[in-house]
Design a protein around this ligand. Structure first.
Ligand SMILES: C[S@@+](CC[C@H](N)C(=O)[O-])C[C@H]1O[C@@H](n2cnc3c(N)ncnc32)[C@H](O)[C@@H]1O
Length: 394
């Protein structure tokens, strides 16, 4: 039997992330003790044991899901896929009473239809259970306990157990959202990419539902990424060790600490303010984040240094003229109120971003959903930039 140790890429696990965050996630995994860490396009391959897999799910802020490959084989047709999936010993992995779901992605392959590949895989698993145990597990599209990932590229097929289940960006603290909320993994990744030093104010002056300041507070207070989340798919595997997972959670909770500098969130919309407030309360962070219902120009810096990270509206809902005025206004407020601060803005509208009128010192390509965006840094020196160059401590 072709039994199905994968590790062709030298990896026990594949962590998925958003484009542009691969190196950040690699750093998070290395800090947890992962070995042979290698980045790819929106993925990080790594080696480790079960403890590391639990930790990666619970602690990595920039992982979307952690896959455990269980079989790699060559495949040229749907029938061959069916036969080879059937060679994996499925009842050894999960109980027949669990519900399961299969998702497939197919690239450059003689198999062209990913839905059909998922269906064939599902049939092979169900048929094997029926043949071995006389009954089969049920499929659940919405709330499956076991998640199976099929990845076919050219003729190589990798079958993985998805240890996370629901995407890890679903942290569990959001009770509601306003317009265009950021993905939590993107927000955490932006904060990490900014190199936030945690030694001054942290300000999101257009906080919407509050995703960026909540992720900042979680990072600063060492609140685990999975602290508010209830479910991981690996808890339904036959080899789940609840005591080990509890121990990991307890140790991580023991690290939670106070944070001494201000984290300020504001939005001019009263509706957004209310939504951010309920999310912050739900996360138990309403005392740790100073939440204001003010327009940007009324947000006062507290300590005279720090960072602003925000995502202004960028056009889907505003008229072009209105948008240009907003971005000019952002530039003016940064220049006049926030000298000594760094500002990072994510926007999907590069044309309009030019109207900020400040020279960016970095631009990083990120994707906000499907929309290619730029994460742009501005440094607001005290006095002129020339003075700063002549006297770097100014
Ligand atoms: C794209 S949303 C932010 C989404 C947020 N990052 C989240 O994850 O939910 C932009 C927000 O900017 C706010 N906004 C727009 N212009 C503003 C201004 N001049 N002052 C303060 N807030 C403003 C809007 O009310 C909106 O909530």
């Amino acid at each position: 039997m072709e039994n199905l140790k994968t590790f062709e890429k030298g990896a026990d696990f594949t962590a998925k992330t958003l484009a542009g965050l691969e190196n950040i996630l690699a750093g998070e995994l290395e800090a947890l003790g992962a070995a042979s860490v290698e980045t790819g396009n929106r993925v990080v391959f790594f080696r480790g044991d079960k403890t590391l897999m639990y930790k990666a799910n619970y602690l990595c802020r920039t992982a979307l899901r952690i896959l455990k490959p269980i079989g790699v084989f060559r495949v040229k047709s749907e029938q061959e896929l069916y036969e080879k999936v059937k060679r994996i010993d499925w009842p050894s992995l999960f109980d027949v009473n669990k519900t399961f779901v299969v998702s497939a992605s197919v690239f450059h392959s003689s198999l062209t239809n990913s839905l059909y590949a998922a269906l064939k895989t599902k049939d092979a698993i169900a048929d094997q259970f029926r043949e071995k145990l006389g009954k089969r597990p049920y499929v659940s599209k919405e709330n499956a306990q076991i998640h199976i990932d099929v990845h076919i590229s050219q003729e190589e097929c990798t079958i993985s157990l998805d240890s996370s289940g629901e995407s890890l960006h679903k942290r569990g603290y959001r009770v509601s959202v306003d317009k265009a909320p950021l993905n939590e993994v993107l927000a955490a990744g932006m904060i990490k990419l900014s190199g936030w030093k945690m030694d001054g104010d942290f300000i999101d002056p257009m906080c919407g539902s509050g995703t960026i300041p909540i992720e900042a507070a979680m990072l600063a207070m060492k609140i685990p990424a999975g602290y508010y989340r209830k479910n991981y798919s690996f808890e339904h595997w036959n080899d789940f060790e609840p005591v080990l997972f509890e121990k990991i959670k307890e140790e991580a909770s023991g690290e939670i600490c106070e944070y001494d500098h201000p984290i300020i969130a504001s939005d001019r919309s009263y509706k957004a303010f209310g939504i951010a407030r309920s999310n912050m309360r739900n996360a138990g962070l309403d005392k740790d984040i100073m939440l204001l219902n003010k327009p940007f120009e009324k947000v006062n810096p507290e300590s005279g240094k720090g960072v602003l990270i925000f995502n202004p509206p960028y056009g889907l809902r505003l008229e072009e003229d209105e948008l240009i005025e907003l971005y000019k206004h952002i530039g003016d407020v940064l220049k006049n109120h926030f000298q000594g601060y760094e500002a990072w803005i994510i926007t999907g509208n590069l044309e309009v971003a030019k109207f900020i009128g400040l020279r960016p010192s970095r631009k990083i390509i990120l994707y906000n959903g499907p929309l290619e965006s730029r994460f742009i840094k501005f440094e607001m020196y005290r006095g002129s930039k020339k003075a700063k160059k002549n006297n770097p401590s100014a």
